[in-house]
Design a protein around this ligand. Structure first.
Ligand code: PRE
Length: 390
């Protein structure tokens, strides 16, 4: 069984870590508010602006010493990539929102990286996003990011949050460390099974292996059964391991697909704590898609703020003032910052998803406003919502 798996697509494992950090350059600060730009700004800028009646920003930005700088001209379309400094029109052509699900132009199948081994939920998510794709297993999330960056695959499909277990923090951190763009999302109903080798009964089990998210999603059932949990890299990997070692006292929490692939029995189905167990995955590509207005879009951004009372309140107000609905907010520690005098104060990155396309002037205005006082701002992607029924 394992040999046939290897023959399909070897697992990608990349040992060298890419440690790309946001560039300290301030070049992007006066360019057009565009979904392509990872904006980087100096610290210590002071907000002197407010929202005008059209939802546009007015006023200027000051560093407290120099005269106020003029506002970024949001009608100016001469944009530059802040990483390479290359004018935007010379960069690779972005995918259009209708193109992003089409096969590659030479007729070969789209190669889509996912984390885990065959039978992982992430593989199902990749196949839901791109039904005729070649799903390529990667041993770690980081390897999937790098596989796209190194042109080994065309896309990566990675979990970002689950309705029961919450956020997958590792992928939030990797989104910033790498330079990929979010070009879509896919929601997958996750129905966990308790798997064991042939002849093993529930009463025989002492331990259970699975991905930490899957173990968290089945907390109640596993507690009732009194099983010791052991975390491994992915659910299907857990099933494969239990099967290959022919363990008789250990089960796995994984999908029914994994049971079929690794020849295991399903002892219990739907063991997640809530029948509405949904994982949202992000689709990542080297180039962004051109945001549209033809269907509902979502935009994902990450920013940091000056420390102070009401800072986050002000940041979120740029959306509230324009009736833009937020669907997700996540904070992560901002690493490699010089420590502050007070031990009680940490710096954060805020990841926000909002329901608007970067093709909407309203969304451009909101980000233009946020950019005036955010110490760092990057648009991770503007992409169509997954509105499919689960
Ligand atoms: O282990 C898998 O099968 C995965 O695809 C990973 C993962 C996750 O990281 O959240 C994906 C979906 C489920 O929520 C459980 C685990």
């Amino acid at each position: 069984m394992a040999a046939s798996i290897a023959a399909r697509s070897p697992v990608i494992s990349i040992s060298r870590q890419i440690t790309a950090k946001p560039s300290p350059s301030d070049r992007g600060s006066r360019s057009t508010v565009s979904f392509r730009q990872p904006y980087i700004r100096r610290r210590n800028v002071r907000l002197l602006a407010s929202v005008n009646s059209n939802g546009g920003a007015t006023g200027g930005i000051s560093d407290g010493k120099a005269p106020a700088l003029e506002l970024p001209n949001i009608d100016d379309d001469s944009t530059y990539d802040v990483v390479s400094g290359v004018p935007s029109h010379l960069l690779p052509k972005p995918l259009s929102s209708t193109q992003y699900s089409k096969p590659v132009s030479d007729g070969s199948r789209l190669r889509v990286a996912y984390q885990g081994v065959r039978g992982a939920y992430s593989e199902s998510a990749a196949e839901k996003a791109y039904p005729n794709c070649e799903a390529v297993p990667c041993d770690q999330f980081d390897a999937a990011f790098q596989a796209v960056e190194r042109w080994l695959v065309d896309r990566a499909v990675l979990p970002i949050e689950n309705s029961l277990g919450g956020s997958i923090h590792r992928n939030y951190d990797l989104l910033l460390r790498h330079r990929l763009h979010i070009v879509g999302e896919v929601k997958l109903a996750v129905r966990h099974c308790l798997l064991a080798n042939h002849g093993v009964k529930v009463e025989d089990l002492k331990r259970v292996l699975s991905h930490p998210q899957a173990l968290a999603q089945c907390e109640n059932t596993l507690t009732k059964l009194g099983l010791v949990r052991e975390a491994v890299d992915d659910t299907a990997g857990a099933a494969k391991d239990v099967a290959l070692r022919n363990l008789k006292d250990t089960g796995a929490v994984a999908s029914s697909a994994a049971a079929a692939i690794y020849g295991m029995d399903i002892l219990a189905e739907d063991i997640q704590d809530d029948c509405d167990n949904v994982t949202r995955f992000l689709i990542l590509a080297r180039e962004p898609i051109i945001p549209g207005t033809d269907r509902p879009f979502k935009t994902s951004i990450v920013f940091s703020l000056e420390w102070g009372p009401g800072a986050l309140f002000k940041a979120l107000a740029v959306f509230a003032l324009r009736q833009i609905n937020l669907t997700k907010i996540e904070s992560r520690p901002l690493r490699n910052q010089p420590s502050r005098s007070s031990d009680t104060c940490f710096d954060y990155l805020f990841y926000v998803d909002f329901e608007a396309s970067m093709a909407d002037q309203n969304a451009q205005n909101a980000l233009g406003h946020l950019k005036e006082f955010a110490t760092f701002l990057r648009v991770l992607g503007s992409y169509p919502l997954d509105t499919t029924m689960l």
